[in-house]
Ligand binder design. Structure first.
Ligand code: 13P
Ligand code: SF4
Length: 394
């Protein structure tokens, strides 16, 4: 198979239906300066009543999150979507891969809406199905494919999830990666030396989980670069590896630097550092605590008044935590602004536009995964949902 390697266009220009990046929003959006936006959103929600359920990811803007019926990390939101069979419309305030997962986990009669189709995820764009299939073929040529279990992070397109479902693998999120890897490594008892895991698209979540939580060494991990022949690896490197990590990353969490942790610790004695596992290994190694967005929120809620925290995750969430906990000293781990540009694409004008269209009987920006992809993606998602609970941290 030939790999089509398209450049990333995270700001949503252009049109490629196979991409996570989405397209421009059609129709007339209310002006961002419209003073009635809040009242219009409330009125549309009231008009839709029980027919509507609004999900909001923790990285959403304040102006949007106030209208969410439930907020959560990507794992919680997937479960919440699956648990709402009565809602005719699920409006997903998050990014494209999350809305796709909600569509896969809900009934065909339910409609999932993403208020701005350009709300993609640049990390999810870093692993395209053609590239993953090329890599899978290379693992067969190296004679190890039968030993490999593919695990994809939730932050991936539905066709990648379907690839995992078809090939004996599963999905994981940042809150259950350890349990998912334990499951994967136990899948091939017949293989001498045990199973290997092919993990995509986030090399950092894969490495941090395998090394820091499960006791594997950095030498057990190799990085598959989809832009190089044979991933830039020798056959022997592939045979020796336990974790084959895709060369993908989050551009937001990749900004946090270990030296900033050192500077902050020097300036604030007693500082606690808590980060998301999408941060680099160097950052996670220097942090005190690591976990999903839900874990970060619960930790800050439970922290004693007067304690000082540096948080390494997206800025909307960190700012909201700082506002909600004035009795704790909360600082951001980056020197500069660090929003997720695609999460921020869901703003109040887009939400109002989507809701008012639903009231008028128009389903706009529906996310609909094709049935063939959905069948196998659901298998991979269900394997995740069947894992024995979240980690103790969640
Ligand atoms: P969570 O799984 O913690 O919600 O994270 C999703 C995400 O996109 C983080 O960048
Ligand atoms: Fe994707 Fe990173 Fe944004 Fe999360 S924060 S949605 S991984 S780009």
């Amino acid at each position: 198979m030939t790999t089509i390697d398209l450049p990333l266009l995270p700001l949503g220009k252009g049109r490629d239906l196979d991409s996570e990046r989405g397209v421009e929003c059609p129709g007339d959006l209310p002006a961002a300066s419209d003073p009635d936006l809040v009242a219009r959103a409330l009125a549309a929600k009231e008009a839709l009543g029980e027919r509507l359920f609004v999900l909001g990811h923790h990285y959403q803007r304040d102006e949007v999150i106030q209208f969410a019926d439930v907020t959560g990390d990507s794992f919680k939101l997937a479960r919440e979507a699956a648990a709402r069979p009565a809602a005719e419309f699920i409006v997903f305030c998050g990014v494209h891969f999350m809305a796709e997962s909600a569509d896969i986990l809900t009934a065909d009669t339910q409609k999932v809406v993403l208020p701005d189709l350009a709300a993609g995820c640049s990390m999810a764009d870093m692993a395209r199905l053609g590239q993953v299939e090329d890599a899978w073929d290379a693992l067969a040529e190296a004679g190890i494919q039968d030993a490999v279990v593919p695990i994809t992070y939730m932050n991936s397109s539905a066709d990648i999830k379907a690839f995992c479902g078809r090939n004996g693998g599963a999905v994981c999120t940042s809150s259950n990666a350890e349990v998912a890897l334990e499951w994967a490594f136990a899948q091939k008892p017949e293989v001498e030396g045990g199973a290997k895991v092919f993990f995509f698209p986030d090399q950092h979540l894969g490495r941090n989980t395998a090394v820091l939580q499960m006791g594997y060494s950095l030498e057990d991990c190799v990085v598959w670069n989809p832009h190089l022949p044979n991933g830039g690896l020798t056959v022997q490197q592939l045979r020796d590896a336990k974790m084959i990590l895709w060369r993908g990353h989050c551009s937001v969490h990749g900004r946090f630097r270990p030296e900033v942790i050192d500077e902050l610790r020097a300036a604030h004695p007693g500082l606690n550092v808590i980060v998301h596992p999408e941060c680099t290994h160097e950052v996670v190694t220097k942090a005190d605590l690591v976990g999903s967005t839900e874990f970060i929120i619960k930790t800050i809620e439970a922290a004693a008044p007067g304690t000082t925290w540096a948080i390494g995750t997206e800025l909307n969430l960190v700012k909201r935590l700082a506002d909600a906990h004035p009795d704790k000293n909360i600082v951001f781990l980056d020197r500069n602004v660090c929003y997720c540009s695609t999460m921020n694409r869901i703003d109040l004008p887009h939400l109002v536009w989507a809701l008012e269209n639903l009231v008028a009987g128009n389903v706009v920006n529906q996310i609909s995964v094709d049935p063939a992809t959905e069948e196998w993606a659901q298998v991979a998602l269900q394997r995740m949902l069947d894992l024995p609970g979240r980690t103790a941290k969640d």
